[in-house]
Ligand binder design. Sequence first.
Ligand code: HEM
Length: 470
Amino acid sequence: MLQLLLPPQYGDYEFAWLKKFGPVYSVKGCFGNRLMISDPLGMQYILNSPHFGRGPALQNVMELMLDQKAIVAAQGDTHKRLHAALNIGFTSAAVRNYQPIFERVVEKITEQLGKCSGSLTDLYPILSAASLSAISEAVLGCSARDLDEDFVANNERIIFLSSRQSSTQIIADAIASRLPKIVRRAAMHLPIAAFKVLRTVKSLAHQIGRRAVAEKLLAAQQGANMKTDVFGMLLDLEQSDLKKNVLTEEELVAQTGFLMIAGQESVTNTLVFGCLELARHPEFQHQRRAEIHASLRGPSTTFAYESMPLLNAFIKETLRLYPAPAIHDYTTVQDTVIPLADGIKNSRGEVMNHIPVQKGQVMHVAIASYQRLQSRWGEDAHQFRPSRWLDGTIKQGQAVGPYANLLAFLGGPRVCLGWRFAYVIHDIHHNDNSPLAFRKTIFFRTHYSNTLILVTPSGEKAAPLYITRI
Ligand code: HEM
């Protein structure tokens, strides 16, 4: 289990085991064997079936870090209701309204990166601040400059703490997740530095959310356009489900912390990995720029990236190789049988097209492994090759995930609501007002610590790349 989560480079063992044992095998965990599964049909079943709940360690993290009313901490019918209600702010029509915000943020990032031209620059702080800006404006309708300084600092601290996972911590998490909920909640009040940061962020996020809701309601009374951000959409008295009492103001406020932290962290990491692959593939970087130039010469459309096959392929390929939820844990809540697309051989050599699992079985939905299955993505599935999305290499099969059969945004009832949002933020890669090129310098490693991150050989979360203006 520790080999799986803390190898020198993420996937060192996992991808070797995938090759050796196939898409279903078991690994030894702290409290018994765990099932690793990357079979597409099996994953689709687990993600959509009520027979599975979130794994104990992951649920523990959600409960510790977030407001109890936050969508990711909610379960069953409450979760369904919150998901449906919040979805109003994340439809493709809604996200199109937020486009000017993303364009402004992208302008600022390119300007800032341009200033670092000719030097070795860690992309993390720049892209992290930019993601926070985009999310703060597009979700709350509030500039990141207006966010409480303490919130921004503590938010960064949480992201930093969650990027440092040690073997002791993994074991402690596994033990903590076995404690009764009441004990875990009580532990949050212990005078431990990390818990203090969590308590502060929760409380500040609440204040920020409450202020945003109050300002939006006032703006609505004054007849302001409410469609410019997620909170506005949700509080729009013309169409909102709030008036049907589907989502209370208090519940909307409770989503603030998760939307800010999770959105910022996932978007930043995906952008960083994208820039790293550009640095590693100068030829592709050049072709992509040529596509941008061609599109800028054509008729101007707001969503220009829709007509840019290389840019689309690039974003998909980045999400394929670097899914934020590389391994997602589930527990079986009642005995069930998981169907498999590709049968597996049992110890007697018989081919099984399904596997029975008992209540209480912990399993790892191996998203990073699935996204490297040669049977689906091609013989060179471990390579970064965006052209696979354009030349027919990829085989269709069970439809999993909301986008391009990828599971970077998960799938099923808990699918990411902000996936369109995340896609648009990648506009950074087609902004060409200040053309930049990235060049790799040192050896990097990918590391899994609640999410996939880039670390230097000494284990520090950082993405130093050379930036040059062209
Ligand atoms: C590349 C960027 C992103 C990735 C890879 C990503 C990935 C994910 C994943 C894996 C989950 C499932 C978490 C779980 O239940 O365990 C999730 C949930 C969610 N994400 Fe994202 N996310 C991204 C960006 C965003 C952004 C920008 C927002 C909004 C500002 C957002 C909003 C949400 C919400 C509201 C949920 C909860 C859905 C539910 O439980 O019903 N995400 N995301």
